[in-house]
Design a binder for this molecule. Structure first.
Ligand code: AMP
Length: 417
């Protein structure tokens, strides 16, 4: 496999899949350019190495050509960050001449790939009452035309770089299929390399004790994560809304707390597997409960297994946090996914804040700490701890699938798996 650090870009054109799916306000101004900035090391490496770049991305979820989702709005910011004026191709499928004209050190941004159904390879515009046969035929047709779509993109360049971790769990044209046109000239960008290393640091090479903290709202959305991790970790901390399904499964009284009765058998199974593997599964022992799902609700602190009727668990109590902090500070590897309370409400953010603090302290003591996927990433960013942990993942869904143990198509395509 080729590596971006050793590749000779002199005189080469690199087509680079990035994730420039940035938030825009109603005036089409970028409200957070993190994703653009994170792709810069890769793009600059190609330009400084004497190559030129053809940058491709999606923006939002357009189902047809729709100016609301045009990447033209971000050209200026990309130019500013890259330090060269970036050219723009208004149709990603008609950019051959512009790509050919690129000189070393120049950059071209292609219009939103998802203007074409072929990027995702899913049929569009099917009638709601379409028959199964019609659906099948439409799917076949888009898969067929997808080949030409990808071939056209590939024809613009000499090498392919995937630096879009946020879409690595999708087998789309630009994230996976295109790689086959570059059997000897495909590689990960720096952002992807960083994410893959972070995943390997926890899932393959974890130093022990290894602790996972899984929080968030629902067991159903994290079931595969829990099942994959329960045999790999030494400590499994389950907090947040999803913890109450486990507490109920243990026979606890959870009042009006969030829970999923149909997942009680799964919760019991996870607890059984943990026991069989000698894994310390740690649930909340004390909860801050409220009489309403609101920041201004009345609050009391009760044992997590004795929540009164009419009250619901909103945040971890101090006793839970103290237990979890002790576990975190004794760990050499920590993976955190999901807040342990309704952290969006200031009165119920304390538990999540203290988890972020504990991770920062563990990191300082030499542990490897990864914050991956979803709202825990938002929490560490919001609370100012992003640069105090070892790594904060940029890919929500992709990181979640990685910690479920799935092979991500965007990674497999480069590795040639
Ligand atoms: P997830 O996307 O599954 O990681 O869930 C994140 C969401 O879980 C956040 O919006 C939190 O507010 C929510 N959450 C965490 N703890 C609780 C709780 N005790 N009750 C309800 N929602 C919670």
């Amino acid at each position: 496999m080729k590596q971006i650090d050793n590749y000779d870009f002199r005189g080469k054109k690199a087509i680079v899949r990035v994730d420039f799916n940035v938030p825009l306000n109603e005036n089409f101004e970028i409200t957070d350019d993190t994703r653009i900035r994170r792709a810069m090391p890769t793009l600059k490496k190609v330009l400084e190495g004497g190559g030129s770049v053809i940058i491709m991305s999606h923006l939002g979820r357009p189902k047809k050509v729709d100016p609301k989702y045009s990447l033209k709005y971000i050209v200026d910011r990309v130019s500013e960050c890259l330090g060269v004026p970036v050219k723009f191709a208004e149709d990603c499928q008609k950019a051959k001449a512009q790509a050919e004209a690129l000189k070393p050190g120049e950059a071209l941004l292609l219009e939103n790939l998802r203007y074409y159904a072929e990027e995702e390879g899913k049929p569009r515009g099917l009638a709601e009452d379409a028959s199964e046969e019609e659906k099948k035929a439409a799917k076949k047709a888009v898969k067929e035309s997808q080949k030409d779509f990808v071939k056209t993109l590939a024809s613009y360049a000499d090498c392919y770089i995937n630096d879009a971790f946020g879409t690595a769990h999708r087998a789309h044209g630009s994230t996976a299929l295109i790689a086959e046109y570059f059997p000897d000239d495909k590689m990960f960008g720096y952002l992807m390399e960083g994410e893959i290393k972070a995943i390997d640091n926890v899932l393959k090479n974890a130093k022990r004790p290894f602790t996972a903290i899984i929080g968030g709202s629902k067991v159903s959305s994290k079931l595969a994560v829990l099942k994959n991790l329960v045999t790999k970790v030494d400590n499994l901390i389950i907090g947040g809304g999803m913890g109450y399904t486990f507490i109920k499964a243990e026979g606890g009284k959870i009042g009006n707390s969030l829970h999923e009765d149909d997942l009680i058998p799964d919760a019991l199974e996870i607890m059984k597997i943990a026991k069989e593997h000698g894994v310390n599964l740690s649930l909340s022992v004390q909860t801050r409960v409220a009489d309403d799902f609101s920041n201004d609700a009345n609050v009391q602190v009760v044992p997590s297994h004795e929540i009164p009727d009419g009250w619901q668990g909103m945040d971890a109590g101090q006793k839970s946090i103290d237990n979890w902090k002790k576990i975190i500070l004794e760990s050499k590897t920590v993976l955190w996914n999901g807040p342990v309370g309704v952290f969006e409400m200031p009165n119920f953010a304390k538990g999540t804040l203290q988890i972020a603090e504990a991770l920062a302290e563990a990191t300082e003591k030499g542990a490897y700490t990864l914050v991956g996927g979803g709202d825990s990433v938002a929490a560490v960013n919001q609370m100012g701890y992003a640069d105090k942990v070892s790594y904060v993942s940029t890919g929500g869904g992709a990181m979640l699938e990685a910690i479920e143990g799935k092979v991500l198509p965007g990674i497999a395509a480069i590795r040639g798996e």
